[in-house]
Design a protein around this ligand. Structure first.
Ligand code: B12
Ligand code: SF4
Length: 534
């Protein structure tokens, strides 16, 4: 039984500075699990492996029994559909399945597409995919596989009972790292997943929905010893790694037992002396001086904190964040004092935004002094399967529907317009004006990858360049904010029927264009990435 596990290339996230190129932990875990059961599993990661679409299709035309796709975003689905179409045209007979958050929540929409997916693996995939392989091998009935939804031969969609969540994460084999050498070569970094799920219920987030679907604890974590063993193994196998990204939604676990585990893990990492910088996610309310000392000592250099809003009303009543902006401010201040970089996630616009609120958001971001362009130019995606999306769809929360219906094949989010007319205009103009600006984070992301690459060759040079990089990125973010404020001030005063909007916007865009051109040239001129003559 041969299974191919596939991630296709896709438009990257705008937050390229926060999200470097990485492996797919999902495929790593699935491959590790299947191999531990004696099955043949191959990972095909189009982006990491640098495959052209044609090559991916050729790779998939090799008589495997199952082709299994992963997807976390709608845009990936379109690529997947394109590939399946090609495979079917070539007479490929493999069973085609898909898994992951997106596929789980939208399994009916996916299975109702004609001649595309044979099945969808719902929620955690390891055991279900293994059982699917077993069933296909032995011609068992798919109806007996917990956690599977499938299309019958006459096109009916069947959903089997859900499979409970894996209760002991330590029982899983470590993820396969097939693609890590390429990721490192490209200046990316390895991912560690030391827990699954979350104990919070923020209204815009899919995580708590995903892990509260099946029976079992919605938040589980691996023991400190198990994580340390993986880290030790990883460093032995890949001594060149200099950074690690823990993708746990909350690196610090609450409660007495959780905090003990966190402390044990941090001390263990310190003792391993890995010589790596660590990036983590934390909630602001968990941060205190004692914890920061622990984190600092084990090498944590960057913390992503979901700040999300600049007013307590939005934070608590709309985003249901169970936090206050005062807690966020305090947490960020403590991190800065310790010299730990903070990346505050932020959602500038949402369906009920007003100009007054945008003004408070600007004030908040300027006060904390840490913001990213991605956060300044951001808006809520109200996924259908999140609490806020469900409330909008059920009418529990009223919102302004757009005039025109979307013709998209798959609708993963609730389309909306901001009810306040001026704020809607501000969002539209912001998105348009900043289209050009996004070129800079892309360039900076590439530069960061180059810096990572030279870290093992010339550490001192890499540190100096990293400083220069941080300075320039901060300057770019400040400039981005300054442009945003200029647009905000104009819209606040403007009469929307006034003819002056068009000329102002034309000038504004060309100002952004010249800034981007100048800055872009300067980044290019940072000579350390000079190419060798051919
Ligand atoms: C690492 C990460 C990334 C990485 C890599 C993602 C990847 N998988 O390739 C990068 C940086 C590229 C990324 C980008 C984005 N991400 Co992201 N990302 C994450 C993060 C932090 C961790 C994911 C992870 O590795 N988890 C650990 C693994 C083991 O779990 P898993 O992926 O869920 O996989 C399990 C199951 O889902 C299932 N499964 C998954 N795939 C498959 C496939 C098969 C065949 C089977 C059988 C099973 C299966 O089995 C796995 C093992 O049990 C999550 C948050 C989270 N905690 O999940 C967000 C998250 C997945 N990202 C999210 C989003 C929105 C994005 C972006 C769209 C952001 C943006 N606005 O641009 C982009 C999408 C870019 C793109 N088109 O690819 C959302 C997804 C929301 C949704 N659709 O439901 C999440 C949940 C964050 C959030 N709370 O909002 N992301
Ligand atoms: S946003 Fe973060 S804290 Fe909130 S539910 Fe999602 S993962 Fe948990």
């Amino acid at each position: 039984m041969r299974i191919q596990l596939v991630r296709l290339r896709d438009a990257r996230t705008n937050d390229v500075l926060h999200f470097p190129r990485v492996e797919s932990p999902a495929l790593g875990y699935l491959a590790g699990f299947l191999r531990s059961k004696g099955l043949e599993a191959e990972i095909i990661d189009e982006e990491v492996m640098g495959l052209k679409r044609k090559q991916t299709i050729e790779n998939l035309q090799c008589n495997s029994d199952i082709i299994a796709f992963t997807a976390i975003a709608k845009s990936q689905i379109y690529s997947i559909l394109e590939v399946i179409k090609e495979l079917k045209k070539k007479g490929n007979k493999a069973h085609i399945t898909i898994g992951g958050q997106f596929a789980t929540f939208l399994f009916r929409e996916l299975l109702s597409l004609e001649n595309k997916f044979d099945s969808v693996v719902l929620y955690e995939g390891e055991e279900t995919l293994f059982e699917l392989a077993n069933a296909l091998n032995n011609e068992f009935d798919l109806g007996s596989i917990k956690g599977l939804a499938f299309r019958t031969s006459n096109g009916q969609i069947k959903q089997n009972p859900l499979r409970p969540l894996i209760c002991n994460l330590d029982s899983l084999p470590f993820p396969a790292r097939d693609t890590l050498p390429r990721v490192i070569e490209n200046g990316g970094l390895p991912i560690i997943s030391s827990s699954r799920g979350c104990y919070n219920h923020c209204s815009y987030c899919s995580i708590s929905q995903f892990y509260s679907g099946p029976r079992g604890s919605a938040f589980r974590y691996r023991s400190a010893n198990n994580v340390l063993a993986e880290l030790k193994h990883l460093k032995e196998e890949f001594p060149e790694i200099r950074d690690i990204w823990f993708v746990d939604d909350n690196f610090v676990i609450p409660g007495k037992k959780g905090l003990e585990r966190t402390a044990k893990l941090c001390r263990g990492i310190k003792d391993l002396d890995l010589g790596v910088d660590i990036n983590i996610y934390l909630r602001a309310n968990q941060i205190n001086g004692r914890l920061l000392k622990l984190l600092d000592e084990c090498g944590v250099r960057s913390i992503f904190i979901g700040a999300e809003a600049g007013t307590n009303y939005t934070l608590q009543q709309i985003f249901k964040k169970n936090l206050s902006i005062e807690q966020t401010k305090r947490a960020i201040k403590l991190c800065s004092q310790k010299g730990i970089n903070v990346d505050p996630g932020f959602i500038m616009f949402h369906p009920w935004s007003t100009l007054k609120e945008i003004e408070s958001n600007i004030r908040f971001l300027e006060e904390i002094g840490q913001f990213t362009l991605y956060g300044v130019v951001s808006f809520l995606t109200a996924y259908k399967f999140t609490p806020i999306g469900k409330e909008m769809l059920s009418g529990e929360r009223t919102y302004k529907k757009p005039l025109f219906k979307s013709k998209e094949l798959i609708q993963d989010a609730v389309p909306y317009e901001i009810a306040d007319e001026k704020t809607e205009v501000l969002l539209c103009l912001t998105l348009k004006a900043f289209e050009e600006f996004h070129k800079l984070p892309e360039q900076f992301a590439k530069l960061k990858q180059e810096i990572r690459k030279i870290r093992s060759i010339n550490k001192e040079k890499a540190i100096a360049l990293d400083k220069e990089w941080t300075m320039r990125v901060n300057a770019m973010n400040r400039q981005g904010m300054s442009f945003f404020k200029e647009l905000f001030r104009f819209i606040k005063k403007a009469d929307l029927n006034d003819k002056s909007i068009k000329p102002f916007f034309g000038q504004f865009k060309s100002k952004i264009r010249s800034y981007v051109a100048k800055e872009s040239g300067e980044i290019e001129n940072l000579t350390f990435v000079k190419k060798k003559p051919e």
